[in-house]
Design a protein around this ligand. Structure first.
Ligand code: PLP
Length: 377
């Protein structure tokens, strides 16, 4: 199998598994137990927290462990508005992940005014529209760091400065960004950042929320005083140890992004050679080094994906969370891509371990499929 679906999830790095192993096989006490094994577990969590904080350029005390990206962004978005009577307006980009959009719909049901800011045809946030959308009654601005479908990197620091100028908090969904590009919470100035373990070769069901010191946020999971009262429930020590190790490895390996980018560029060049009218979405904007979302005019993305899968290539038509929907994605629509083109998309997301041989083999397989012809509507 050739795995080119790293934006959907990544496999556990063997070194992460080794770091977790003692906590899965041997005794793993409750980190709040006042005995030697409890202290050992607590120590492992302290180390993991600082490994995560190092990757974020944050203080360890600003990191709250959660069950993943979805929980983190629920915590951030709902936590800002719960119990608040003033500044009940949230401003978001039109291309947020479906998990953020779902929480925004929920907030709307709670009487929060939700405003979606358009993106330019490049996929980049329209900063002028953002400036107009942030009013003095805005409580929160949320803009994703990297788009899961196109890989487009949003101008998070600029968007954050605009939020700050109006006294609003700023959250970024960095689920796709962390581990793939440098993420600097301090330099960007942000208040809240959501991330996930399984996108950076850590364990599934792990993640976290950066909460800048001084930001007051209602806890989302009630039930205990864990995580300094910010998230109830006995901590998943093996998962947290794995997340910490994954972040430590990502810190070391950020420099490998250039190699992945070169493979992605080779893939795009090969796709254009196979299909000269192929359109790479977001190519005018800065993008994640590992992602390409390409439309092959006249082809059905789902049909190609199925046939690629039969030949051993795992890719996607866009977001894994929306696979099966016949509607073109809201991201492409927001970028003004015509629906006919939006239906013919394939997303290839490369990762640690992707080889040039795999890229060449993928191009050969795709070339043969395009030659065969059936599948063309
Ligand atoms: N945000 C983005 C941009 C994502 O791509 C995803 C997952 O695909 C999520 C949030 C949800 O993260 P998790 O799967 O850890 O809940």
């Amino acid at each position: 199998m050739i795995y080119l679906d790293h934006n959907a999830t990544t496999s556990l790095d063997p070194a992460v598994f080794e770091a977790m192993r003692p906590w899965l096989e041997g005794p793993c006490a409750n980190p709040h137990s006042a005995h030697p094994l409890g202290l050992l577990a607590e120590g492992a969590m302290v180390e993991a927290r600082s490994q995560v904080a190092r990757l974020l350029h944050a203080d360890p005390a600003e990191v709250v462990f959660t069950s993943g990206g979805t929980e983190s962004l629920n915590h951030a978005l709902r936590g800002v508005f719960e119990g608040r009577t003033e500044r009940r307006r949230v401003v978001a980009s039109a291309v947020e992940h479906s998990a953020v959009l779902a929480v925004l719909r929920w907030l709307q049901g709670q009487g929060v005014d939700v405003v979606h800011v358009p993106v330019l045809p490049s996929g980049l946030l329209d900063l002028e529209a953002l400036t107009r959308a942030i009013t003095p009654d805005t409580g929160l601005v949320t803009v994703m760091a990297a788009n899961n479908e196109t890989g487009v990197l949003q101008p998070v620091a600029e968007a954050c400065a605009l939020a700050k100028a109006q006294g609003a908090l700023f959250h970024t969904d960095a689920v796709q960004a962390l581990g793939r590009i440098p993420v600097e919470v301090r330099a960007w100035g942000i208040d809240l950042l959501s991330f996930s373990g399984h996108k950076l070769h850590g364990p599934k069901g792990t993640g976290g929320l950066f909460i800048r010191r001084g930001v007051r946020l209602r806890p989302f999971v009630l039930g205990g005083e864990q995580e300094r009262g910010r998230r109830g429930g006995t901590e998943n020590v093996p998962g947290i140890v794995g997340l910490g190790k994954a972040c430590a490895l990502a810190t070391e390996r950020l420099a490998e992004a250039d190699g992945i980018c070169a493979l992605r560029d080779r893939l795009e060049a090969g796709l254009r050679a196979l299909c000269p009218d192929a359109a790479v979405h977001g190519q005018e904007a800065p993008r994640l080094p590992n992602t390409t979302l390409v439309s092959l005019p006249g082809w059905e993305g789902e049909a190609l994906l199925l046939r690629l899968g039969q030949k051993g290539v795992c890719a996607s038509v866009g977001s894994a969370c929306t696979t099966g929907q016949r509607e073109p994605s809201h991201v492409l629509r927001a970028m003004g891509v015509p629906d006919a083109l939006g239906r013919g998309t394939l997303r290839f997301s490369l990762g640690r371990g992707t080889t040039v041989e795999e890229i060449e083999a993928t191009l050969a397989i795709l070339g043969a499929l395009l030659q065969e012809g059936p599948g063309r509507p």
